[in-house]
Design a binder for this molecule. Structure first.
Ligand SMILES: Nc1ncnc2c1ncn2[C@@H]1O[C@H](COP(=O)(O)OP(=O)(O)OP(=O)(O)O)[C@@H](O)[C@H]1O
Length: 304
C-alpha cells in the first residue's frame, strides 16, 4: 500500500527525515512510532503530497506519492481536524463532502461509522476533543478509502477518548481498510498495530511485527534455594538463556515450557514459588534501540 525508498527531507541544515525506507502492507495496521520531533508527521506529509521530498521516493497504492489521481482511495487526518466551530458536525462534513464531490448519504455513513450520528446536530465547538478527532476521522473515511492515514489520532485525548479511537482503528482494520497511524505511545501501538516502524531523529531504526520487535518470551521463575534452581534453569535453557533478576530468574523459554520447568525443579528438590510467562514490552525494546549511552565524566561540562 505504501513504500518509500531512501525518503529524505531537509529543512536547511536540519534533516527531518533521513533515508527512510518503509513498507505498509495491505490490510494491516501499521504503527509509525517515535518521540516528538522524530520525523513522523513530515514522512506522512510527504506520502500525501503535502511536502516535497528533498531526496528519495515514495509510492502510495502503487502510484508515485504526491500526484493526485481520481482513483487514489486514500483518506487522511494530519495534525488535527480543521472544522468550523459554529457549524454542526453534520454540516461540517457536508461542506467537506460538497468540496470533494460526495453525496450527503456518504456523510451519514461516516457519521455512523465513527459513532457520532447521535450528536451530528451539535455545534462542533461543543464537541469533546475525542468527538472532534472522530469527526476528523469521519472526513478521512469519505469515499471508503483503501488506506487511512492518521497522524497521532489519540494525541491529547482522555483515556476514554483514546479507547474509543483505538476501537475505531481496530474496527476499520476488521472492515478491510489498511491503517497507517503515527504515535508516540508504545502501549497503544503494542495493542492495536500489526507491524511497527520505529523512527528517531529522522531515521527508521527498525521495521517488523510487534511480536518480532518484542523478541521471544521468557519465563520468570521464583524458587528456593536459588543455587539449585539456577542449576536446573541452566540445564533447561542453556547457560546464556538464564538471567538473574531482582525477583528471581528469567529463562529464555516459551510460555508452554512452564509445566516442564516446574516438574524439573520439583524433582531436583527445589520449592517453586512462582512461574510466570513474561514478554518484553515495546517500551523496553524502544528504549534499548533509542538510548544514547550517557556521556563519560570527561565529556561533562565542569560544574561551577
Ligand atoms: N516546516 C518545517 N520547517 C523547519 N523544520 C521543520 C518543519 N517541519 C518539521 N520540521 C522539523 O523536522 C523535525 C521532524 O518534525 P516532525 O513534525 O516530522 O516530527 P514528529 O515525529 O511528527 O513529531 P511531533 O509528534 O512532535 O509532531 C523536527 O525537528 C521539526 O522541528
Amino acid at each position: 500500500m505504501v513504500t518509500t525508498e531512501a525518503l529524505t527531507k531537509r529543512y536547511g541544515d536540519r534533516v527531518a527525515v533521513d533515508n527512510v525506507s518503509m513498507t505498509v502492507r495491505r490490510g494491516e495496521v501499521y504503527g509509525f512510532l517515535g518521540p516528538n520531533g522524530a520525523g513522523k508527521t513530515t514522512t506522512l506529509r510527504m506520502l500525501l503530497g503535502l511536502v516535497r521530498p528533498t531526496a528519495g521516493s515514495a509510492s502510495i497504492l502503487g502510484r508515485p506519492a504526491g500526484r493526485p489521481h481520481p482513483d487514489l482511495r486514500v483518506g487522511a487526518l494530519i495534525e488535527g481536524p480543521g472544522f468550523h466551530p459554529y457549524l454542526s458536525g453534520r454540516d461540517n462534513l457536508r461542506t467537506v463532502a460538497r468540496f470533494r464531490g460526495f453525496a450527503d448519504a456518504e456523510v451519514e455513513r461516516v457519521l455512523e461509522r465513527v459513532d457520532l450520528a447521535g450528536r451530528a446536530t451539535d455545534k462542533y465547538k461543543g464537541y469533546s476533543l475525542g468527538m472532534k478527532q472522530r469527526l476528523g476521522v469521519a472526513a478521512a473515511l469519505m469515499g471508503d478509502p483503501e488506506l487511512v492515514v492518521l497522524d497521532e489520532p489519540t494525541n491529547g485525548l482522555d483515556p476514554a477518548g483514546m479507547a474509543d479511537m483505538r476501537a475505531l482503528v481496530v474496527d476499520l482494520a476488521r472492515g478491510g481498510q489498511t491503517v497507517l497511524l503515527s504515535s508516540h505511545l508504545l502501549a497503544e501501538v503494542q495493542e492495536i498495530c500489526d507491524r511497527v516502524g520505529v523512527i528517531n531523529n529522522g531515521r527508521l531504526l527498525r521495521e517488523s511485527t510487534v511480536a518480532e520487535m518484542r523478541g521471544g518470551s521468557s519465563l520468570r521463575v521464583r524458587a528456593t534455594p536459588e543455587p539449585e534452581a539456577l542449576a536446573v534453569a541452566m540445564r533447561l535453557a542453556g547457560d546464556d538463556g538464564v538471567r538473574r533478576t531482582p525477583t528471581g530468574l528469567a529463562l529464555d523459554l516459551p510460555a508452554d515450557a512452564a509445566p516442564h520447568v516446574v516438574r524439573e525443579l520439583v524433582q531436583a528438590g527445589v520449592d517453586v514459588l512462582e512461574v510466570t510467562p513474561a514478554e518484553r514490552s515495546l517500551e523496553e525494546v524502544f528504549f534499548e534501540m533509542t538510548t544514547v549511552p550517557a556521556p563519560t565524566s570527561v565529556d561533562k561540562e565542569p560544574v561551577s
